[in-house]
Design a protein around this ligand. Structure first.
Ligand code: IFM
Length: 449
């Protein structure tokens, strides 16, 4: 048995997002978001579930913070719902929206937990979508106004800020694959959305610096790893295209001020799609940031197959265990991603801002959940985090997804990622075995393997 100790100042946390946990969608002046519209459109979400009530964290946040305190985390990542702050996206600030997050932040600080705020975790005000959403550059200006309002309101109390969560999902999953709100299926539109999100990120960072806001700011990308199945050139290239679509397309503009040229050419020649870059955009996007957030869940093997998807790359099944999302359990891919980020982008501090697993949980009559597979998933990923740190990757912290089971977007409530089980009938929360496991890792500052 070996002992894996993490650095003393390692940040241990959990993460959630507003629409997934809050509920109270019509309370205290909140305006509708694209997720209200989408989830209320029959057939878009499994079982036609929606976030009207979700985990009711809007009313139960004190209970959630008590769970965080018992867990022993030193940070909690949550997102602010833009439509609570500006119900119509722009216009007058809604003070009650700010008050809610002030209460959450105060409670966290009282509990000795650092708040880590994500500004955009997908709940775009519907009023902005009605004017074109992220396809319209006016949404960028609205975002910057929203961001600066929140920066000023919580300056000094929030020390860690994330502009966007997973622009790949905001753009390609939501506007090309049509799986998430607003549900479009147009590649040019998706590329526009990705670009405008990146510009909005850069402008918000610039504003953060101009205002002299204290603390660190970064962005979170969902990265994954496609390993080529063979060393044949066509397989190497196919896997590379898929990795670049998931990873470089978002990392390179932010950290180098360029798009991966071969993919720009690919989009242009294979799809007739152009990136809508305006003068100054790339400099804006590449504002220096303090850290990069990585959400990591899975990876795969890929090989060339003509006509397969956008990039002629098919996934090869090599016998990985799968989670209930049907995602491969491939912990070494986390190490590969972290090592690649260090090699490609130098010493930028990294936080894993999400990692976790969905399994079919069962609540026993004595209100326990014996989620051994989730524990194993965490254990294996902690080993890879430790391995990365040992090899010199500047990994500074880890946020488990998620504190509690919640609204899993198009999958509704059937897919559970929580360390705590949510009983959606009573809204009671029950810590699972994985919660106790994580608590011990945090308390011990590491684990025996
Ligand atoms: O639930 C989501 C989260 O909102 C964004 N990252 C992936 C999670 C699991 O699918």
């Amino acid at each position: 048995m070996a002992r894996l100790d993490f650095p003393k100042d390692f940040v241990w946390g959990t993460a959630t997002a507003s629409y997934q946990i809050e509920g109270a969608v019509r309370e205290d002046g909140r305006g509708p978001s694209i997720w209200d519209t989408f989830s209320h459109t029959p057939g878009k979400v499994y079982n036609n579930d929606n976030g009207d009530v979700a985990c009711d964290s809007y009313h139960r946040y004190e209970e959630d913070i008590a769970l965080l305190r018992q867990l022993g985390v030193n940070a909690y990542r949550f997102s602010i719902a833009w439509p609570r702050i500006f119900p119509q996206g722009t216009g007058e600030v809604n003070p009650k929206g700010l008050d809610y997050y002030r209460r959450v932040i105060d409670k966290l600080l009282e509990a000795g937990i650092e708040p880590c705020v994500t500004l955009y975790h997908w709940d775009l005000p519907q009023a902005l979508q009605d004017r074109g959403g992220w396809n319209n550059r006016e949404t960028i200006d609205a975002f910057v106004r929203y961001a600066e309002t929140v920066f000023k309101a919580f300056d000094g109390r929030v020390k860690m800020w994330i502009t966007f969560n997973e622009l790949w999902c905001v753009s390609f999953l939501s506007n090309y694959l049509g799986v998430h709100a607003p549900g479009n299926t147009d590649l040019q539109l998706a590329v526009n959305v990705a670009h405008h999100g990146l510009v909005a990120h850069g402008l918000a960072v610039r504003r953060f610096r101009e205002l002299g806001i204290r603390g660190q700011i970064g962005i979170t990308h969902n990265l994954s790893w496609t390993e080529p199945y063979t060393t044949k050139p066509e397989d190497l290239e196919a896997a590379r295209r898929l990795r670049a679509w998931n990873n470089e397309w978002f990392m390179e503009p932010v950290l180098k001020g360029t798009y991966p040229q071969f993919l720009v050419d690919w989009f242009r020649s294979a799809q007739g799609v152009e990136v809508p870059i305006q003068p100054g955009d790339m400099e804006t996007i590449a504002q220096p940031i303090d850290f990069i957030g990585i959400n990591f869940y899975t990876g795969n093997y890929g090989r060339y197959k003509k006509g397969e998807g956008l990039f002629h790359c098919e996934e090869v099944q090599v016998g990985f265990e799968k989670t209930f999302m049907d995602w491969n359990v491939y912990p070494e891919a986390l190490y590969k991603v972290l090592s690649w980020v260090k090699e490609e982008y130098g010493g930028i501090p990294i936080y894993i801002t999400e990692n976790g697993a969905c399994y079919e949980d069962e609540l026993t009559p004595d209100k326990k959940v014996h989620d051994a597979k989730r524990i194993e998933y965490y254990r294996k990923h902690f080993i890879q985090c430790h391995r990365a740190i040992e090899s010199g990757v500047p990994l500074k912290g880890y946020f488990a997804w998620s504190l509690l089971d919640n609204f899993e977007w198009a999958e509704g409530y059937r897919k559970r990622f929580g360390l705590c089980y949510t009983d959606y009938e009573t809204l009671a929360r029950y810590p699972k075995d994985s919660y106790s496991f994580y608590r011990k890792v945090i308390a011990d500052g590491g684990l025996d393997v």
